[in-house]
Design a protein around this ligand. Sequence first.
Ligand code: ATP
Length: 447
Amino acid sequence: MAEVKKENDLMEKIVSLCKRRGFVFQGSEIYGGLAGTWDYGPYGTELAHNIKNIWWKTFTTDREDMYPVDAAIIMNPKAWEASGHVAGFSDPLVECTKCHHRFRADQLPVENREKKTCPDCGGKFGEEKQFNMMFKTHVGATEDESSVAYLRPETAGGMFVNFKNIIDTMHPKLPFGMAQIGKAFRNEIAPRDFIFRSREFKQMEIEYFVDPRNEAEVNEIFEAWYESQMSFLKGIGLSENKLHKIEVPDGDRAHYSKRSIDTEYDFPFGQKELLGLAYRTDFDLKNHSAFSGADLSYYDEETKERITPHCIEPTFGLERLVLAVLSDAYSEEEKDGEVRTYLKFSPKLAPVKIAVFPLLKNKPELVEKAREIYKQLKKEFGAVSFDDNGNIGKRYRRQDEIGTPWCVTVDFETIEQGTGVTVRDRDTGEQKRMSVEDLVSFVKSNL
Ligand code: ATP
C-alpha cells in the first residue's frame, strides 16, 4: 500500500512540475478544460520536438529504404470502412443504472467487472455495449449521412492510401517503408493518467512492406524492427529494466494483426503499453484495393510476378514517450535538509541545453559579458537560455526542474583574468572552470 501511495505521489509531482514549469497544460484550461486534451507549453513542445527529431532521423533520414508522407487527417470515410474501423474500432462500454457514470468494461477493477457493479456508487451496470471510438464530423455544408467523415484514429491509413502514389512516383524495391508523424484522434471512453490516454495525440508510425513469398525473411525483419524499437528507446534514455516485451496472445490482438509485440513501460501508475509492433499481413492493401478499386500490387521486375506485399507496422505514441521520458528522468535528492528536484534528461532531449547567468544582476560589466557568451552559445546550439533573476541558487533550481544539463556562470574572474566560465553539472552539482571554446566542444561531444 505504501508503495502505491509513493507511486501516486510521483505522478502528482510530475503533473504539478509539468504545469509549474511550462511542459504540459490542461487543454482549454481557462474554460475548465476539455477531458482528454492537453497543450504543450514551451519546454514540453521542445522536449516532444527533440523526441520526434531523433525518431525522424533514426527511422527515415538515416535509412535508404524509407518514404515519408504527411497525409490529411480527414480522409474519405470509405478508407475507414476498408480498414475495418467503422465496423470494429470499438471498446466495451458499461453504464451504471444509478449514477449513470460510464466506464470501459475491460479497464474496471476485477471485483467490479465480476460483480457488474459501479466503482463510484456501487449501483448495477446495464448491458455492455460496443462504443466506436472514431470522432465523427461532416465535410461541407450539408450535415447528413452523405457528408459524414472521421478524424483519423491512427496515422497508418494515410500511408496505405498513398501506397500506389509511392510505387508510381518513387519506384521503391521491396522491402521498403513509409513513415509518418501526425495527429490521431480517439474518443476514449475514459481518458486518464495525464497524457497517457488522451483523445487527441500524436503517433509516429512506419508501414514497412515486405515480400510474403520469403517467410523466413519476413520473420527476420519483424525481429529486427523489435530490436530497432528497443535501441531507439534506450537511445532516448529510458531505463532498460522498466521496458517489458509482451507477445500479444491470440484473441487480444487488433483485428488486422497476425502477430503483435507490445512494449510496455513501468509508468508511475503501473506497467502499461508504450508502443507496438504488428504484422498486418496484406490486410490493409487487399481491403483498400477491394474498396477503392485501385490496383495496390507490386511488380517484381526479377520474377515478373505481381504480388501484394505484406506489412509490418512499428507504431510509437509520442505522448506516451514524453511521459515515459519525464517519469524516468524525475529525480529528487535531499541535501542539507532541502529536497532538490531535477529532470535527468539525456542532453539530446533536454529542452534547454545550457543556461547562462551573470553572477550578479546589478553589475553591467558582468551582464554584458554574460550576454555576449549567451549569444555565442545560442548561435552554436540554439536551445540556450539567459537568466539573471533571483540569486544563483534559485536559478539552479529552476534549471534543474526543467532538466538543463549545464549552467554557466560569468563572474569577475571571467572578465578580469580571462579564465573562462564556471560550468555546473546538473546531476552531480560539480562545478568546473573552462574556456568558452572548451565548453562548446564538451557540449557538442555530449549531444
Ligand atoms: P491501448 O490498448 O492503451 O488503448 P492501443 O493498443 O489501442 O492502446 P494502438 O492502436 O496500438 O494502441 O496505437 C498505437 C500507439 O498509439 C500506442 O502504442 C500508443 O503509444 C499510442 N496511443 C494509442 N491510444 C492512445 C491514447 N488514447 N493516448 C495517447 N497515446 C495513444
